[in-house]
Structures are given as C-alpha cells and as structure tokens.
Design a binder for this molecule. Structure first.
Ligand SMILES: [Zn+2]
Length: 345
C-alpha cells in the first residue's frame, strides 16, 4: 500500500513517482523514509551469522559449522568451492564485506589471525604493510600469542556502512520530521514537503498533466512547495499569527528546510522544542490539507480558522500524552506548559 501510494499505484514503473525508491529506503537521519530493502536486510542478517560464528561458542549451529565445515581451517581462508550448503557458500562470498565490520581484540591467538584480521582501526595489518610484511618484520609468530573476540554487531551500523553513509550525509532537518510523539501523518507530509515531493501544480505540469498553474490558496502565483509554505499570502498570514501567539519570534528562516532546522534548536527546553515541532508539522499538514480541500471539494476556510485548527490539533496531541512518560518528565503537565507559552492570550 505504501509502495502504491509513493509510486502512484503502479509498482512496476517509476513514472510520476512521488519519491524515488532509493530515497524511501534511505535511513531517516539521512533524509529517507527508513524502509529497509529486503535484499540489503538479508545481507546484514548474513553478516550477523558470520559475527555469531566468532562469538557464540555455545551455539549448536556454530559448533556444527566448526566441526564439519571449518575443521582446523580459518573461515577467512576457506575456498568458496569447499563443501557446504548453498547458504554457507553465500556466507563465504560475504567475507570481504564482513571484514569491514569485524574488529578483533587480541588475545591468545586461537581464532584471530594477527596479519589478516582487523584488530587495528585502519584494517588488517597485511593491507598496511604489504605481503612482505610478515617476513620483513619477523612478527609472524606473534599472532600465536593472541586471541580474538569480535566487538558487538550492530545492524544499524552495518546498514549505514553498507550504504556508505557518513556524518556529512545527515539531513540537518531529520530530527524535526521524525521524533517521538509526532503525529505520523503530519510527519509524513512534512517529509514529503521538505523533500519537495508533494504533488504541487508545478510538478503536475512537469509530468505533462493538464492543470492550471495557479496557487489554490491565493490564486496569484505559480504553485510550488516553497510558494505554498513561504511565498503565499494565505500561509504568511498563518505564520504571522503564529509568531504573535507563540514563542517563535526569533525564527528568521526563509525556507521549509531552514525552519525545520531552527525548530530543533529553538530552545534549550526539550518540552518547548517538542511543542514547536508539533506545531510546525500541524501547520504544514493543515495548510496542505486546505490546499487539497480547495482542489477536490471546492470548499475553503479562511486563514484564521486554519490557525485555530493548528493550535487545537497540537493541543489535542499534547493532551493525548497525559499519564505517559512524556508527560511525567516535567514538573508541570504538558498542557500547563502549553498554555503558559503558547495559547496564553
Ligand atoms: Zn499562494
């Protein structure tokens, strides 16, 4: 269903896709929706099996593999044509990737190869010193003195490494889109908006659809994501009123991305940040819903009514936390804080 929604109901074609499947399968903190590809997930679970091979001494499967498939040989040196099932040979083919995730602690040498295993941050010693390293440095014998145990396997770290993500790829707005307590449909629309993947009229026209280009909220400019949320007189009226009634006065953002980044830093108080983020997502969702209502039902609400809906929706969300852990962190209840800082007039 999710696939059909994001891919306009035709999973066999990428035409008119709201968001590329690669983006959908990117982790949330890197700007994606966080769905996991079955093929990559399977590789990660196989990597975990390899990790178990070196860490789960009491496992029946590990004992059987060591007795029947490894015998006295090293897992890393075994030929892929050696005996074993189809799935075992698949594990052998994953050894180069497995090395990326394996880090040994040196011990008595029973299962760690001093030269070939990764116990240094930069990887195997043989890769650093070359094939002549063992002869040149006369250290071959030392590996007999060491043992290994692999550090804990992390599926999320494996996922990141398999996708080659780094800290520079982190989407700076992700904590304002995906956070504990958010309303899922608000978070999803906010995500589509910040990715500029809502079906605005400029995009519909680029897909070749016969539609007028005018903004459905003000009727005076071409409808783009940026216009709907920042250039439109209708939404500007809502933002201006929000600035008056809420502690948002130091927000100087001029794009959706900037305002989401600001929301995550707007206060040292996490409760205030939560409220600002809920408010922001409710505004994005309700402005977009108003646009769709005007398109499909030819009904319209004025900006002041949408503003009241935004405040009411956020307050209702906060009241749903009553009695939960989220409401017990503060000395005052969330609603008390809400009325003190937000709907105080
Ligand atoms: Zn407009």
């Amino acid at each position: 269903m999710c696939s059909a929604f994001l891919w306009t109901g035709a999973p066999e074609t990428a035409k008119d896709a709201k968001v590329s499947w690669a983006s959908v399968c990117t982790p949330k903190k890197y700007g994606g929706l966080g769905l996991r590809r079955v093929e990559v997930w399977n590789r990660i679970l196989c990597l975990r099996l390899i990790w178990l091979l070196f860490t789960k001494g009491g496992s029946l499967w590990v004992a059987w593999v060591k007795s029947n498939l490894l015998a006295d040989k090293s897992f890393w040196d075994l030929k892929t044509t050696s005996k074993g099932s189809w799935s075992w040979k698949k594990l052998l083919k994953l050894r180069s990737e497995a090395r990326t995730f394996s880090r040994c602690r040196l011990g008595n040498g029973s299962s760690c190869n001093f030269w070939l295993d990764s116990w240094l941050p930069q990887g195997p010693l043989i890769a650093e010193l070359g094939e002549s390293g063992p002869r040149q440095y006369l250290l071959l014998i030392i590996h007999l003195l060491y043992d290994s145990s692999l550090l804990p396997f992390s599926t999320s770290r494996a996922w990141d490494l398999l996708h080659c993500f780094s800290s520079t790829d982190i989407a700076p707005w992700h904590k304002s889109v995906w956070f504990t307590g958010s309303v899922p449909k608000h978070a999803f629309i906010s995500w589509l908006a910040v990715k500029k993947r809502l079906p605005t009229r400029d995009r519909l026209l680029s897909w070749g659809l016969n539609t007028p280009p005018d903004c459905l909220l003000c009727g005076s400019e071409i409808e783009t994501t940026h216009h709907i949320f920042f250039g439109c007189d209708f939404s500007n009226e809502i933002w201006t009123s929000l600035l008056v009634s809420c502690p948002l006065s130091d927000c100087l953002a001029s794009s959706l991305q900037e305002v989401l980044i600001w929301a995550n830093r707007c206060s040292n108080d996490p409760t205030i940040r939560l409220m600002v983020k809920l408010l922001l997502q409710a505004a994005i969702y309700l402005i977009w819903r108003e646009r769709n209502t005007r398109l499909h039902d030819t009904q319209s609400k004025p900006a002041d009514i949408i503003l009241k809906d935004i405040l009411t929706t956020t307050r209702m969300r906060l009241s749903s936390f009553r009695g939960s852990n989220m409401d017990m962190n503060a000395h005052d209840s969330l609603l008390t804080i809400w009325f003190r800082h937000f709907e105080c007039s």
